[in-house]
Ligand binder design. Structure first.
Ligand SMILES: [Zn+2]
Length: 167
């Protein structure tokens, strides 16, 4: 059953000091009490010892979707990377490969770090991620590989980390 959700983030009404990443994760149940072990039926990640990781699920594992799969289904990213500029447009394929490589590397160790979508939007590319640190990691990898301008900002109302890279 699909959950109804308003346009505003669950943390939108919180005082500014409460908008920590931990609260953001709480909105997707990462710190909620789950039976140990729990397996995500969508991606196969296993919740065990307080964290989600890749592995084989015991047959009797509880089943519930992981926070990353819920974000993907809700189209509700924790990180957004906006890529723009002439260099970026001329090297679009290389840049996509770099993004995929960063995701593959991060996802192996951190099951909840995933790229949700890479969208072309009016001359820019928008990368949606399930994890703010993954968005930051993609921005840093782009900057490391190609230099250019890198900027971060936490979008208060939505509690999304926005990363902008331009070259
Ligand atoms: Zn999952």
């Amino acid at each position: 059953m699909r959950r109804e959700r308003s346009k505003t983030h669950p943390a939108a009404g919180q005082p500014r000091t409460d908008r920590t990443p931990q609260r953001q994760l709480d909105a997707y149940g990462i710190r909620g009490k789950l039976p140990d072990p729990t397996a995500c039926p969508s991606c196969g990640a296993i919740y065990r010892d307080g964290r989600w990781a890749w592995g084989a699920a015991p047959a009797d594992a509880h089943r519930t979707r992981c926070p990353a799969c819920r974000r993907i289904e809700d189209d509700y990213p924790a990180g957004l990377v906006t890529i723009s500029g002439e260099f970026a447009a001329a090297h679009a394929e290389e840049i996509r490969n770099l993004i995929h490589n960063v995701e593959e590397r991060e996802k192996q160790e951190h099951a909840l770090k995933r790229v949700m979508a890479i969208q072309d939007e009016e001359g820019r590319v928008l990368v949606k991620t399930t994890d703010a640190k993954l968005a930051r990691g993609i921005g840093e990898a782009l900057h490391h590989a190609y230099h250019g301008e890198l900027d971060y900002r936490m979008s208060g109302a939505e509690n999304v980390l926005r990363v902008e890279w331009k070259r």
